[in-house]
Design a protein around this ligand. Structure first.
Ligand code: COI
Length: 331
């Protein structure tokens, strides 16, 4: 059996080596290049491909794989929102993802950045770098004094709740699917509007499905407390960025954590130093003292990368062998 992997980064190679050593029966070939209609040809002869989400996987890309006789794709990440699922279905693709490589990686990042916003770390760091070592006016707020609204109580939302409860924060949660543990604790509110009205901080942990696109917009922001802090480590298109920029300008939103951005494809995971930055709105957000931008790195830990590599290759082999895999995506 042969598996061909796209977009393999140096930091993934040790985990890949480990997996290969444990699976001598599988021939592994890989490239640094991302999967595109052109590079799909290089997978000829493979039983399956392993990829991660950095580009849209269009009908053209899927067709190019199908032309090589490849009808399976194993993602090393969780999100499937970049895949033309209609085309995948029509072309008879089986797709797997890594549903739980490390919920803690993402939840921890959200919690850390949220605490940094409340303690005004970016402003303090900038002052210290200039050797301005005065306290005032950079006074912070404590996590335990906040009501945090967690939207989405899947794996990541639940770990975030645990972490924030450790800090002593009051939690309110919303999800259309109630989790029994969260329900038992009495954390659910009945509607998003109620969550918006009660929360000092709102953290998003829902997928980018059409009902959720731009759920944070002018109208929903109007329902929030003055000075609310927003945290988005989920998907960029959950947030109408223009609406948030206006709310940051007016002070309605007092801070924003963004690990994802609406137009991040082609911008994040690239080095723009010394080059013309392609997005003026993002440029401005990065410069703001009360906005913490990270380039979709919430997931990026050694544990997560190891799981992403091992679980995606396991799934690719299982699909190629016609076996069950818990990571098969239903679409
Ligand atoms: C995901 O797993 O879906 C992520 O957002 C991480 C990234 C590698 C795309």
């Amino acid at each position: 059996m042969k598996i061909y992997a796209y977009g393999i980064r140096d930091d993934e190679k040790p985990s890949l080596k480990e997996w290969e050593t444990a699976h001598p029966e599988v021939e592994v070939a890989f490239t640094q290049e991302l999967l595109t209609p052109e590079t799909a040809k290089n997978a000829a002869g493979a039983d399956g491909v392993v990829v991660y989400q950095q580009l849209p996987y269009t009908r053209e890309t899927l067709q190019a794989l199908a032309d090589q006789g490849i009808h399976q794709m194993s993602l090393r990440n969780v999100g499937i929102d970049n895949i033309d699922l209609k085309a995948a279905k029509e072309l008879g693709f089986k797709i797997s993802n890594v549903a739980a490589y490390s919920p803690n990686a993402i939840a921890e990042h959200a919690a850390i950045q949220l605490a940094r916003i409340l303690r005004r770390s970016k402003e303090l760091d900038a002052k210290v770098a200039k050797r301005d070592l005065r306290w005032a006016p950079t006074i912070g707020r404590e996590v335990r004094m906040q009501t945090v609204g967690v939207v989405g109580t899947g794996r990541i939302g639940r770990v975030l709740i645990q972490i924030l409860q450790g800090f002593g924060a009051k939690i309110v949660a919303y999800d259309i699917f109630k989790n029994p543990d969260i329900d038992k604790q009495g954390l659910y509110v009945d509607s998003l509007d109620e969550l918006y009205a009660k929360s000092d901080v709102i953290s998003l942990h829902v997928p980018s499905v059409k009902e959720n696109i731009h759920m944070i917009n002018k109208d929903s922001i109007a329902k929030m407390k003055d000075g609310v802090v927003l945290v988005n480590v989920a998907r960029g298109d959950l947030v109408d960025t223009d609406a948030v920029v206006a709310a940051l300008d007016s002070g309605k939103v007092s801070g924003m954590v963004m690990d994802v951005y609406e137009n991040e494809i082609g911008i994040f995971n690239e080095d723009w130093e010394g080059k013309k930055f392609p997005d003026a709105r993002l440029d401005d957000l990065i410069d703001r003292p009360n906005v913490l931008v990270t380039p979709h790195t919430a997931f990026y830990t050694t544990k997560a990368v190891l799981e992403m590599v091992h679980q995606s290759f396991d799934a690719a082999v299982a699909i190629a062998n016609g076996q069950e895999t818990r990571n098969l995506v239903k679409f």
